[in-house]
Design a protein around this ligand. Structure first.
Ligand code: CP
Length: 317
């Protein structure tokens, strides 16, 4: 594998989950793959889980790891071609990327949607420049439109906990005070569709996701109806995708918060969220602290999804 941004990059999902469970059982047995290989993780945005789990996964594989926080200690980067660089950005991404490629064997990139230009965000302008100019395998650590390491970890977690072959999985929008990207729900929808689950998306009107990610999912605007019989409830906030409201907060209705009363509508569902989560906006304290909450196992599986991706990249070098 040379690039990882979509579910299609991982190939057969059953094989990927099987490999993940094998890696989880013997995570230190692949150290030879990463010997004298260096992972460079580039963060344009903050992170707790992605930073720690991906670094741990690389260390499990025997890799050296360099972490660069672009906005803390590196030169400010210009990303637009054709700009007269007489402002506060002394270096252009088009030199910085190949330079970064000189010092590593694999690159991970975190670069969120900027909400300045929808086309730039949905064309994955930053990620694709790394793919084009670094000369290295590149994987997404949450980019403008996708977060595949999270969705792979979520899939592993569902496979570990499901009681039926084809569980009902509900992705529900929940309120949040700030405008968040669509990357997590986009990827979650893409991966749940690929897994072939009974998959439902629920959100207020105006929060429709990009149809290329919604795929064949059922969209239900009544959250209570969507939750009926659910085996897994995946809560997440996102901002509007559709024009002219791209990147805007249209609703903060707290009747969409996942509470014990909402969970009572389900088939004793597990609760999921990628974290970080705002308690009592997205989910009530009692739900996230309940025995059916999977937020910590999901986070633990981030190490495993990252290790499978890095392992496959190393095997292809
Ligand atoms: N879920 C997730 O990607 O967490 P971080 O933003 O902390 O990395």
């Amino acid at each position: 594998m040379r690039y990882f941004k979509s579910v299609s990059d991982i190939g057969d999902l059953s094989a990927a989950v099987k490999e993940a469970l094998d890696v989880k059982a013997r995570r230190f047995d692949f150290k030879h793959l990463g010997e004298n290989k260096t992972l460079l993780m580039i963060f344009f945005n903050s992170s707790l889980r992605t930073r720690l789990s991906t670094q741990k996964a690389a260390m499990n594989l025997g890799m050296n790891v360099i972490v660069l926080d672009v906005n803390q200690g590196a030169w400010k980067l210009e990303t637009e071609r054709g700009v007269i660089m007489d402002g506060d950005k002394p270096e252009h991404l088009l030199e910085a990327i190949p330079v970064m490629g000189c010092y590593c064997d694999v690159i991970g990139v975190r670069s969120f949607a900027r909400f300045e230009n929808k086309r730039d965000d949905y064309e994955e302008k930053i990620l694709n420049q790394f793919i084009r100019y670094s000369g290295r395998p590149v994987f997404a650590m949450e980019t403008a439109t996708v977060h595949p390491l999270q969705s792979f970890a979520d899939l592993i977690t569902i496979e570990e906990h499901k009681a039926v072959e084809r569980p009902k999985v509900v992705l529900t929008w929940a309120p949040h005070p700030k405008a968040l990207p669509q990357a997590v729900p986009n990827s979650f929808a893409e991966w749940m569709n690929a897994a072939g689950y009974d998959f439902v998306i629920t959100h207020p009107k105006g929060y429709e996701l990009d149809p290329q990610f919604v795929g064949n999912a059922r969209v239900e605007y009544d959250q209570d109806r969507a939750l009926e019989g659910a085996d897994f409830v995946y809560a997440k906030n996102w901002s509007a995708f559709a024009d002219p409201n791209y990147g805007k907060v249209l609703c903060t209705d707290r009747s969409w918060t996942i509470t014990t009363e909402k969970m009572a509508l389900t088939n004793n569902a597990y609760f999921m969220h990628c974290l970080p989560v705002r308690r009592n906006m997205i989910v009530s304290d009692d739900v996230i602290e309940s025995e059916r909450s999977l937020v910590i196992p999901e986070a633990a599986n981030r190490e495993i999804s990252a290790q499978v991706v890095l392992k496959r990249i190393l095997e292809s070098l």
